[in-house]
Design a protein around this ligand. Structure first.
Ligand SMILES: C[S@@+](CC[C@H](N)C(=O)[O-])C[C@H]1O[C@@H](n2cnc3c(N)ncnc32)[C@H](O)[C@@H]1O
Length: 223
């Protein structure tokens, strides 16, 4: 279990656990605590608005609200909206707006979004490279881009959880988060890696020289 400073533990405790969270905790894991660690270390400008892709059941959305950020949560479905609001809780609801979108074609202008989070989503995407390019297109490089997904222990744990709760298999996906690192390094000046018990997360910031000169970037192979 990741150990958080007590003020962050209190924030994590204010997010109601889902049945999956409870099972993970029984196994010694806490995804909200990992997200809190990642977002705290990323140092997103206090009070700024964060585009959270893809919202899912709102685990990251809830974490961002506890740290005082406004969140625009985008997902291709609104089927899990009730779970999102349950995790967010009414006192933080004013910080959250949810929208339907497709990450393959984000409805934002190039370089218009200062902060993006995308956790535990790459492995769910049918065309992860296309979605990553879209996130890179809309990010403005003044803030941070947080991209993380399960490590080996994370995938093993989620497979165990899916077998236990849903009697199905957890997807492994078409792109490992490690494959994103060289792509991020071509676009951002700084790319830090955070290892938490179940995840590998990259925190990218600043425009690289190649990104400042898009012609040179387009000559680079993307995969
Ligand atoms: C595992 S959940 C994300 C979890 C969430 N980011 C978190 O960490 O709390 C993956 C989500 O990706 C969404 N998704 C899959 N393909 C998508 C696409 N092309 N555009 C937007 N959302 C997509 C699914 O609907 C699902 O809700």
């Amino acid at each position: 279990m990741s150990t958080l400073p007590s003020h962050l533990s209190q924030l994590a405790a204010s997010i109601p656990p889902s049945p999956s969270d409870e099972l993970l905790r029984a196994w010694g894991h806490d995804l909200a605590a990992e997200y809190l660690q990642v977002v705290t270390e990323a140092g997103i400008t206090p009070g700024s608005r964060v585009l959270e892709l893809a919202t899912g059941t709102g685990r990251m959305t809830a974490v961002l609200t506890r740290l005082g950020y406004s969140v625009l949560g985008g997902d291709s479905t609104d089927e899990k909206t009730d779970q999102v609001w349950n995790r967010v809780q009414p006192e933080y609801a004013r910080l959250v707006k949810l929208t339907l979108l497709d990450m393959r074609e984000l409805p934002f202008k190039p370089g218009s979004v200062p902060a993006i989070t995308c956790m535990n989503t790459l492995h769910e995407l049918q065309s992860p490279h296309e979605c990553l390019q879209e996130m890179l297109r809309v990010h403005d490089h003044t803030g941070v881009f947080i991209l993380g997904d399960f490590n080996e222990t994370g995938f093993d744990t989620m497979q165990r959880l899916h077998q236990h709760i849903y009697q199905d298999n957890h997807p492994c996906g078409r792109m490992n988060v490690l494959d994103a690192e060289p792509i991020l390094k071509r676009h951002f000046k700084e790319v830090r890696t955070i290892h938490t018990p179940l995840n590998i997360t990259f925190i990218a910031s600043g425009k690289s020289e190649a990104a400042a000169n898009p012609d040179s970037l387009s000559l680079q192979p993307l995969v």
